[in-house]
Design a protein around this ligand. Structure first.
Ligand code: NDP
Length: 315
């Protein structure tokens, strides 16, 4: 049978390019988990994914209720869950003030980390039950959360500190809206959320790989400088960022190439190793990359898991 892959945020950018790469093979049915149904439907159509190879299902990661409802709807659809890709994200680098999810968490960490954390936890049972030979849970990471790289050292740097803001609920009322308890900074909140994504993947691996056989992975597909991720940035940045990445850092990849890379992590038999953070070199071959000290801190991963569990109502 065809494999079923759920991709969050498949209405644009990397998610859409991955949906297209997989949906056109005929070997995959893509469940596009999106907050804007019409946008997703139009995007799927115009990128030429055959109708029988995709389904759009509503998911708003900025609402825990919506995440729960989505997991329920997947179950009701009767489709086995073979691969889950946590790809959606928001990035608010120019925001002066924090904004919040339906449950009152700062929006970047609430969407990118907490929404996906609950989703992945709820779908783990479904993954476990699937009879697909190669089951995977993939969380899209980023170089910007990795302070062992040049890009990760551009200020403000990611830093989760002792998680005091997160433990307090990240609501900006009685605690800070930042994980480390500091002043709100939208760019840092995004980087912090990506560190959470990478820590979560490793904690899943430690807790569940042996028991479930699911491969847990993260990746950095390269800098896809033209996606909607930068929509909130100032116009001059949006104009100069793609050529800067193309000619100066040489980290640039097209949406299509990045989509192919993520599609490899979903489907290729040589990328089944669990607990790995994948990257690609200049010749587009994949390799196991090193995470920064913070993004591979097992103690922090455990603590993050426990605090997050409480916030999303699992503990
Ligand atoms: P895009 O902005 O193009 O895509 C993000 C997607 O997330 C959109 O489909 C968006 O939906 C969706 N989304 C946002 N909020 C929610 C929500 N509350 N519920 C459901 N879906 C939501 O950016 P990219 O394609 O660049 O980003 C995809 C992933 O790649 C992210 O995880 C990002 O961190 C990562 N990444 C990107 C890099 C880059 O250079 N661009 C580099 C490294 C990693 P909608 O279409 O409705 O807005």
């Amino acid at each position: 049978r065809k494999g079923n892959v759920i991709i969050t945020g498949a209405s644009s950018g990397l998610g859409l390019a991955t949906a297209r790469a997989l949906g056109q093979t005929g070997e995959w049915h893509v469940i596009m988990a999106c907050r804007n149904f019409l946008k997703a439907e139009k995007a799927a159509k115009s990128s030429g994914i055959p109708k029988e190879n995709y389904t759009v299902m509503h998911l708003d990661l900025a609402s825990l209720n919506s995440v729960r409802q989505f997991a329920e709807n997947v179950r009701l659809s009767g489709k086995p869950v073979d691969v889950v890709v946590c790809n959606a994200a928001v990035y608010l680098p120019t925001a002066k003030e924090p904004t919040y999810t339906a449950d009152g968490f700062e929006l970047s960490v609430g969407t990118n980390h907490l929404g996906h954390f609950l989703l992945a936890r709820l779908l783990l049972d479904d993954l476990k039950q699937s009879d697909y030979p190669s089951k995977r849970l993939i969380i899209v990471g980023s170089i910007t959360g990795n302070t062992n790289t040049l890009a990760g050292n551009v200020p403000p740097k990611a830093n989760l500190g002792d998680l005091r803001g997160l433990a307090g609920g990240l609501n900006g009322v009685n605690t800070s809206s930042m994980i480390d308890g500091g002043e709100f900074d939208g760019a840092k909140a995004y980087k912090d959320s990506k560190v959470c994504n990478m820590l979560t993947m490793q904690e899943f691996h430690r807790r569940y790989h042996e028991e479930t056989g699911v491969a847990f992975a993260s990746l950095y597909p390269g800098c896809i400088a033209e996606t909607g991720l930068f929509r909130e940035h100032v116009p001059l940045f949006r104009l100069l960022f793609p050529p800067f990445q193309k000619y100066i850092t040489k980290g640039y990849v097209s949406e299509e190439e990045a989509g192919k890379r993520l599609a490899q992590v979903v489907s290729e038999p040589y990328l089944t190793k669990s607990g790995v953070y994948w990257s690609w070199n200049k010749n587009s071959s994949s390799f196991e990359n090193q995470l920064s000290e913070e993004a591979s801190d097992a103690e922090k991963a455990k603590k993050l898991w426990e605090v997050s569990e409480k916030l999303v109502g699992l503990a």
